[in-house]
Design a binder for this molecule. Structure first.
Ligand SMILES: NC(=O)c1ccc[n+]([C@@H]2O[C@H](COP(=O)([O-])OP(=O)(O)OC[C@H]3O[C@@H](n4cnc5c(N)ncnc54)[C@H](OP(=O)(O)O)[C@@H]3O)[C@@H](O)[C@H]2O)c1
Length: 291
């Protein structure tokens, strides 16, 4: 019998990749949940049922999850307090709709004692999922290479990678690997445990700088900023107050090596090594710097 699988965040980078992968498999009825239908989900409309439900709207989420056996729960992307409200809504809706298995996209840093502003949100979300009675599998993922690449890519233009990372290392993972691992977890019986998903190598500031210089054939210097210098830099760069704060806390967690762990879980789930950060970076280089 065909079962129904739903996905939150279906219009996002990870969500679209998941839907493409699942649609290719063809063995389930797919429900793509998003805030509106104005953004495409990347697969033919015939294979996917679209449901509109804001994470803030618990009633709409419950309707969207009706009859769903498996939910891939992509975390929300908002200020931390709103994000937690969103997540509790999804869990309550999943419990009300009697979802059988929740696969939750968490963070490698899900320690409530971390300075990272989202770590406590993920910790509390994981705790609530475990208490909900729904069978679960949790994927704690390191930072996405595509997300982190915004800083080295900008440094190609300025010649300086200026970040408050100290000697913190990051086991950068590609979004596609994250998506493929979430599919793999959804295909397995609920693990009731946490999988740590990372890239195959952790890079510190010098390592990212060297790799970026090599890939772009430019000269780049690493400049380790103090937290105070970084706060001034983001103000000068016009970063919004929330993201200035969020990035500051993320780098504080990086300095504490909270994103440095490297595991073999991606290879275990996918049967192939994780995508190297070099490949992610090369794919994002401006055409003038491609070799
Ligand atoms: N590990 C990392 O480095 C890292 C970095 C950034 C984010 N993240 C987390 O990973 C998640 C997936 O990453 P991604 O690259 O796929 O993110 P993304 O491309 O920004 O997609 C986020 C998705 O969440 C949806 N969304 C946001 N607010 C919503 C709301 N109030 N109600 C319903 N849907 C809402 C967006 O819908 P719309 O199309 O309507 O906007 C979109 O589908 C993010 O949401 C965030 O939690 C992790």
């Amino acid at each position: 019998m065909r079962t129904r699988l739903a996905l939150t965040g279906a219009t996002g980078n990870v969500g679209r990749r998941i839907l493409d992968g699942l649609a290719a498999g063809g063995s389930r009825d797919l429900v793509a949940i998003s805030r509106s239908t104005s953004r495409a989900v990347g697969v033919g409309a015939a294979t996917v049922q679209r449901k509109v439900a804001d994470y803030a709207d618990r009633a709409a989420l419950t309707v969207a999850l009706d009859g769903v056996e498996t939910l891939i729960f992509i975390a929300s992307d908002d200020e931390a307090s709103s994000m937690l409200v969103h997540h509790l809504n999804v869990i309550d809706a999943a419990a009300a709709a009697r979802v059988g298995h929740v696969v939750y996209l968490s963070s490698l840093d899900a320690d409530p004692g971390s300075p990272f502003c989202y770590a406590g949100v993920h910790a509390e979300t994981e705790r609530r999922i475990a208490r909900s009675g729904i069978a679960f599998s949790i994927a704690r993922v390191s930072l996405y290479g595509e997300f982190f690449a915004q800083w080295p890519l900008a440094a190609i233009g300025t010649g300086e990678l200026r970040l408050p990372a100290a000697d913190g290392a990051i086991s950068l993972i590609s979004r596609n690997d994250v998506a493929d691992c979430l599919i793999a977890l959804a295909d397995q019986p609920a693990s009731g445990s946490v999988a740590l998903l990372t890239g195959g190598q952790a890079y510190d500031l010098d390592g990212v700088t060297e790799l970026t210089a090599q890939c772009s054939e430019t000269s780049i210097r690493a400049i380790d900023l103090s937290p105070a210098e970084y706060r001034m830099q983001v103000v000068r760069d016009g970063v919004s107050p929330w993201w200035a704060y969020a990035f500051g806390t993320m780098f504080a967690a990086i300095r504490e090596q909270r994103f440095s762990e490297v595991t073999d879980k991606v290879a275990g789930l996918l049967g192939r090594p994780p995508t190297p950060f070099r490949n992610v970076l090369e794919g994002l280089l401006p055409s003038s710097h491609r070799q």
